[in-house]
Design a binder for this molecule. Structure first.
Ligand SMILES: [Cu+2]
Length: 410
């Protein structure tokens, strides 16, 4: 048997026949003979190729319990050893790491490279929303952004995209906000961001004017958010858990794209001309990236909850291969990310949403209807992405410090 452990205590394998698991803070010792009974479920421990496979064995015993919660500890040490970039909770970043990420985003903005992400999200519109490619499209989008940040400068080489867990109040030790800060990307309402540029001149955050898919976007200064409490959570964890319980992607995908994801957008800034109210301006707020990083984490968590090996045997459930059994039915006003609901009707898969469709704009410059010919791709080796290329985020070179595959959101 392999021996491995988790930093931070969670699951550790101490020898050939002892595994200790900490469950809700209390250690449990399990003999690794053949069949074991833990909490009323049969548990067979064999050889474990990786901590993940051990975790899955534990999941097997825990799924179905009323409140499965196992602390897997911090897996980042292991992940770093594997060469994957580790994405962390923005509320838990050190001051230095938070500032480093901010400075990388500012540098990207200053060099004129941030704005393409605003436009590509705007032009993508229904090619990356309102259908199952929602998760794959945003996964590649975020990874492109993260890699571009890393390639900007020697200082930013180890920057990773933090996630914003909006089911948490994200309060710092002093009781203030750990994330809505003057020294990060600002607070609520109208945010005027300025910083000192590479040549020492004052730089300013500006939304670029451009001719969007649904009309002209006028140039303006700063970031516009709703007024909201700086220390309240945006989305009830129950909404996450309700979505995570769906075993079929066709149900999970719209359920999570709705209130758990859309609710954060809406509270942050839908309505009144605020950035998040429109596909064409949503990415002007850099918190878009952090919000969607959490969405991506929840997709990864769902995949882990449903177990990749199970999904591999049931591809129709990991990603709908031909048709949606459940349709998306949105209020298709120009409001981005409002809640969809499902209706029970089959229909053809939307264009660019099939498992092996090439997603725009990672399509080697093939244009699509009114979209500009474009390549926003910064990964020179691989310019084409299909949903099937995105199903395992490790293949894209990153992981999360906490997916917690055994538990629902606390
Ligand atoms: Cu989007």
């Amino acid at each position: 048997m392999n021996a491995f452990g988790y930093r931070g205590v969670g699951i550790s394998v101490e020898g050939d026949n002892e595994i200790s698991i900490e469950l809700n803070g209390s250690p449990i010792d399990i003999e690794t003979n053949d069949d074991q009974t833990v909490f009323g479920s049969a548990l067979t421990f064999g050889e474990f190729e990786s901590p993940e496979s051990l975790a899955r064995a534990v999941v097997d015993t825990q799924v179905g319990l009323a409140n499965p919660m196992i602390d897997l500890g911090d897996v980042s040490e292991m992940s770093e050893a594997s060469g994957l970039d580790v994405r962390r909770n923005v509320a838990e970043l050190s001051d230095a790491d938070r500032t480093k990420f901010r400075d990388a985003v500012f540098l990207l903005k200053e060099r004129g490279e941030y704005d393409k992400y605003i436009k590509f999200h705007g032009f993508t519109d229904n090619l990356g929303h309102f259908g199952p490619a929602f998760y794959p499209w945003h996964r590649v989008f975020l990874r492109n952004f993260e890699l571009e940040l890393q390639n900007l400068s020697p200082e930013s080489a180890d920057v990773t995209l933090p996630y914003w867990d909006y089911t948490s109040a994200n309060v710092d030790a002093a009781g203030g906000s750990a994330i809505w800060r003057e020294d990060f990307f600002g607070m609520n309402g109208y945010v005027d961001l300025t910083w000192s540029g590479e040549d020492g001149t004052e730089q300013k955050w500006v939304l670029p004017g451009y001719e969007g898919l649904r009309g002209r976007i006028e140039q303006r200064d700063g970031i516009r958010r709703n007024p909201f409490s700086l220390t309240s959570r945006f989305v009830n964890p129950q909404a996450f858990n309700d979505a995570l319980r769906h075993r079929d992607y066709r149900r999970f995908a719209p359920a999570f794209e709705g209130p758990p994801h859309g609710g954060a957008h809406v509270t942050l800034g839908v309505g009144g001309g605020n950035d998040q109210g429109n596909f064409a301006t949503a990415v002007n707020d850099p918190f878009f990236m952090l919000l969607h990083c959490n969405v991506d984490r929840m997709w990864a968590k769902w995949q882990d909850l449903m177990r990749e090996d199970w999904l591999a045997d049931n591809p129709g459930q990991s990603y709908p291969a031909t048709q949606l059994a459940e349709d998306y039915h949105w209020d298709k006003s120009d409001v981005a990310h409002t809640a969809p609901h499902t209706v029970h009707a089959a229909r053809a898969m939307p264009d660019r949403h099939n498992l092996t469709d090439v997603m725009w704009p990672w399509d080697a410059s093939k244009s699509h209807e009114d979209r500009p010919d474009s390549q926003m791709v910064t990964d020179a080796d691989r310019r084409i992405y299909r949903p099937i290329d995105t199903l395992n985020h490790h293949d894209l070179g990153y992981t999360y410090d906490n997916i917690d595959p055994t538990g629902f959101v606390a």
